[in-house]
Design a protein around this ligand. Structure first.
Ligand SMILES: [Zn+2]
Length: 312
């Protein structure tokens, strides 16, 4: 699932290609991927893209000031927002078949899988396309009459962005919950942007066990955590994010940060710091990998294996 660095890479790669461009038309092939109005006005037709904003893992496409319509994009598990050339064959096929095959099988509809998953396509004034693609459809688009409404209704429910959260703010938020640190950091309402990859990497870097109660951290622990979090996210953004399964940026390029993961996806392998075998446990329903030597269990949590539970 794309996390903050991947979503930031999408925004950065799209900006030079779409900003300043007028939106000539839109095709929504699956209306159920859009929450809110799907009129041309709501989909920004006739306006120019003026900004791409990000908060946590969510993107806002803007075409003017805060009082004009805006679209929130959530990539979910497998979503992507890509810029495609004017003559892209899959885009042409999708436009020629305006409604995505619904209950028909792929075979019956005669659509390739690639075409089938292109749900919303905006044509820009240079003939190129901005395309929302999402095979598993856990992502989607949310349209709002104004950007102010988007912030109020959607981003207002998120915690501070992980790239800019201040230590004092995060210390107060973590101090208000006794949940395991990993579960707290994954909670988008507490802190927006981190997912399973970057929380596991961050806790290993800070030598913190994932089951440490969030409110057990001192102010100086949280200050160190925030510093490491910013550096980790900055490194991942420079690498174009982590490409697991099918993540690509707005130009269709994969990231390379997965090559430097220290714990995520490496359960049973050696810790790159101390050579101890990395353990896999489940915290808050999520598969978690930690080093038993570098990240000793919190007092009272017992053996990390003792807390292992079946997912869901
Ligand atoms: Zn270790």
């Amino acid at each position: 699932m794309p996390e903050l660095p991947e979503v930031q890479s999408v925004c950065a790669s799209l900006a030079p290609r779409i900003l300043g461009r007028e939106i000539r038309s839109v095709a929504v092939r699956r209306t159920e991927v859009v929450v809110g109005s799907t009129t041309p006005e709501a989909m920004l037709v006739g306006r120019r893209f003026t900004a791409i904003r990000r908060h946590g893992k969510q993107i806002a496409l803007l075409a003017g000031d805060d009082a004009l319509p805006a679209i929130c994009v959530h990539l979910g598990m497998t979503g992507s927002l890509c810029h495609r050339p004017a003559d892209d064959p899959a885009v042409r096929a999708a436009i020629a078949s305006p409604r995505g095959g619904r209950s028909k099988s792929v075979k019956d509809s005669g659509e390739s899988m690639e075409v089938r998953h292109l749900h919303a396509l905006w044509q820009l004034d240079d003939g190129t396309w901005l395309v929302f693609r999402d095979p598993r459809r856990f992502g989607g688009l949310w349209t709002y009459p104004t950007f102010a409404d988007l912030i109020l209704e959607r981003w207002g429910e998120l915690g501070p962005d992980a790239l800019t959260a201040r230590p004092a703010e995060l210390f107060a938020r973590l101090g208000a919950t006794g949940r395991p640190l990993k579960a707290a950091l994954l909670d988008q309402g507490l802190l927006a942007g981190l997912g399973n990859i970057y929380v596991d990497e961050l806790l290993h870097e800070r030598r913190l066990h994932p089951l440490t109660p969030a409110n057990a951290l001192s102010a100086s622990d949280v200050k160190g955590l925030v510093g490491s979090m910013r550096r980790l996210l900055a490194r991942a953004i420079r690498a174009g994010g982590s490409s697991l399964r099918d993540y690509v940026d707005g130009e269709g390029k994969s990231g390379s940060f997965q090559l430097t993961h220290r714990v995520y996806g490496r359960g049973g392998e050696h810790c790159r710091r101390c050579r101890t075998t990395l353990q896999t446990l489940t915290v808050g329903g999520r598969t978690t990998v930690a080093c038993p030597k570098c990240q000793p269990g919190p007092a009272g949590a017992g053996n990390p294996n003792g807390s292992k539970q079946r997912r869901r």
